[in-house]
Structure formats: structure tokens, C-alpha cells
Design a protein around this ligand. Structure first.
Ligand code: ATP
Length: 187
């Protein structure tokens, strides 16, 4: 849908949409009528209206809540980053072992002490966390996140985390990325 919008065309035919989805046009038209009738014969579907409707049905209109743990230099930089919202994510709160010190690094309004983390994660039904604590604290904090109900961790700490099978960890190690890059530019 995002691709369609980027194309800038105001409408799309059910044939073209069906081709993109890999289904028959008749099936596509029938399926979409379950959500209301908004296609116009001969004109097709209004892209804006259709994408809004699909987002409503899938619940992707709401921003997916994320928490961030460890408001050091990296954590503070990520809190200032404006690129999460347009992709559908919102950092709803940040946590730090030393919230007062952390607050001096950023204008982000919701920096809370660690004991508050579980309550916030549960009450806002948060499933993903960004982890920017130092390596020596990362495993302990990951355990707390898992206990609170987090099932996806974006880990910036340069260690491999041990987590239960149903929890996914994606590691981002910026120093290693630079090292990889430097390998390619030698010569
Ligand atoms: P960065 O690596 O982001 O440049 P830094 O050097 O500014 O960080 P670090 O020592 O890496 O600071 O710590 C990052 C943040 O993690 C700090 O604000 C620190 O208070 C916090 N922190 C450290 N241990 C814990 C912990 N166990 N639980 C929560 N926060 C922690």
C-alpha cells in the first residue's frame, strides 16, 4: 500500500491490485466488499481511502509502542531520532538506573527509574525494547525485560544475550559495522 501511495496515482484498478496480491480480480473485489463498498466501476479504488481502510482493519494506524533502556549517549541520540514515527513506532518511555543523570542528556519527557519498567510495559502492552545499556548490564536488563513481557529486543550492547526461545533479539553493533565497512574500502 505504501508503494502504491508513493507512486502517486490516485486510484488503482482491481485487476492491478489483484496482480500485486497474487489473487483473482473477482476474488479481490469480493474480499474487499466485506469491509464496505468503495470501489467505483471503471475507475477502481481510491488509493488513499483503501489504504486507510486496510490500516484500520489491520490495526496499523496505531503506533507500535517501544521502550528504550539506558539513556547514555547512544540512548539519548535514539530518543532524539525522528525516524521511528513514520515507520509506525513510538518510544513511549525510556528507563535508566540513574534517571536524574539521564535527564541531563535529553529533552525526552518520559525518563523513568527501572522499577517502573514492568508496570509501564504491562499497562501499555509493550512488546519491543531498544537496549542501550553497557555490555556488563545488558543480560541482567534483558532478563527484566523478558519478565515484564517484552518479546523483541533491539540490542545495541556488544554482547550475545541469552533469552527464551520465544523472544527475538536483533543485535546492532555499530563498531562491527564500521569494521566491516573498513574491510571493503582497503586497497
Ligand atoms: P553510550 O554507550 O550510550 O555512549 P555512555 O557511555 O553515555 O553510553 P553507558 O555507561 O554506556 O553510558 O551507560 C548507558 C546508560 O545506561 C547510562 O545512562 C546508565 O545509567 C544506564 N545503565 C547502566 N546500567 C544500567 C542498568 N543496569 N539498568 C538500567 N540502566 C543502566
Amino acid at each position: 500500500m505504501l508503494r502504491l501511495k508513493e507512486n502517486g496515482l490516485p486510484t488503482i484498478s482491481s485487476e492491478a491490485l489483484a496482480r500485486a496480491a497474487g489473487v483473482k480480480p473477482t476474488q479481490l473485489r469480493k474480499d474487499l466488499t466485506y469491509f464496505g463498498s468503495f470501489g467505483t466501476r471503471g475507475l477502481g479504488y481510491d488509493v488513499e481511502q483503501l489504504s486507510g481502510m486496510i490500516a484500520d482493519v489491520l490495526g496499523t494506524n496505531r503506533l507500535q509502542p517501544v521502550v528504550l533502556i539506558g539513556v547514555g549517549n547512544l540512548g539519548a541520540a535514539l530518543l532524539a531520532y525522528q525516524g521511528f514515527g513514520p515507520e509506525g513506532f513510538e518510544v513511549v518511555a525510556a528507563f535508566d538506573a540513574e534517571p536524574a543523570k539521564a535527564r541531563t542528556r535529553t529533552n525526552f519527557p518520559r525518563i523513568l527509574p527501572m522499577p517502573e519498567m514492568m508496570r509501564v510495559v504491562r499497562s501499555r502492552n509493550v512488546r519491543m525494547a531498544i537496549l542501550t545499556v553497557p555490555a556488563n548490564a545488558a543480560q541482567e536488563v534483558a532478563n527484566q525485560l523478558v519478565d515484564a513481557g517484552i518479546v523483541g529486543i533491539l540490542n545495541f550492547a556488544p554482547i550475545v544475550l541469552q533469552v527464551p526461545e520465544d523472544v527475538t533479539v536483533n543485535g546492532v553493533n555499530l563498531a562491527i559495522e564500521l569494521e566491516n565497512l573498513s574491510y571493503f574500502i582497503q586497497g
